[in-house]
Ligand binder design. Structure first.
Ligand code: ZN
Length: 219
């Protein structure tokens, strides 16, 4: 009996909010020639229509330039709350898993240079494939989780949560200062270095010790 649920469990009726953290790993900031976030961290959101369950075809927009993978640890909120203290944040986590923050990199670069919001580059349909979520076990150290993304069998990204600039419990504290967190809310915690383009027909696999793996094919 596995205690995991997939993105299918999130119907539009549930409409979870999907918070995403940007620029949370130093080497990823370097590879994009970005700057450190001015505030505590960069926060943006995706709609529920971004979610893709494991095994479902990912349908991407056409004629939009490079589409990049960003492999990320994802936490699901169980018990809601506002202004949650970092020391108490762990108790608010219901599930943990892996997901992709798919990004239209060329569009994002244009939006960044013109100072416009990122939604067209980050919040399009199917921009958030989400693997199964497992219950957070007491022996899991949130600052010592490893995860990996392979594309067509070759490892593209290897993440270790120890390298996050703002750790998981601090992220929950920061997000909950602006939004009252609700059960089912998801937080994509940022991507490590190694982002790069993906194309139709390719096969993506996310995996990590203690976490559920997930696979997708790009339509
Ligand atoms: Zn990201």
């Amino acid at each position: 009996m596995t205690d995991s649920r997939t993105a299918e469990a999130f119907s539009h009726r549930d409409a979870p909010r999907i918070f995403c953290i940007g620029r949370n790993y130093a080497k990823h900031i370097e590879e994009l020639n970005s700057t450190l976030p001015g505030a505590e961290c960069v926060i943006f959101m995706k709609p529920a229509s971004s979610l893709v369950a494991p095994g479902e075809l990912i349908r991407l927009p056409d004629h939009v330039g490079d589409i990049h993978h960003e492999a990320e640890l994802v936490v699901e909120i169980g018990q809601g709350g506002r202004a949650i203290q970092p020391e108490a944040a762990r108790e608010h986590i219901r599930g943990i898993g892996l997901g992709l923050d798919l990004t239209l990199r060329d569009v994002q670069t244009e939006l960044k240079s013109s100072g416009e919001p990122w939604e067209r580059a980050k919040a399009f349909d199917h921009s958030a494939p989400l693997g199964p979520l497992v219950a957070l076990r007491s022996d899991m150290d949130l600052a010592d989780l490893h995860f990996e993304l392979s594309v067509d069998g070759a490892v593209r990204q290897s993440g270790h949560t120890a390298h996050m600039l703002v750790g998981v419990t601090d992220l929950i504290a920061v997000v909950s200062r602006s939004w009252q967190l609700q059960p089912g809310d998801l937080i994509f915690t940022g991507t490590p270095e190694g982002v790069g383009p993906i194309a139709a027909g390719q096969h993506l696999r996310l995996a990590g010790p203690g976490l559920e793996s997930a696979e997708w094919t790009l339509a």
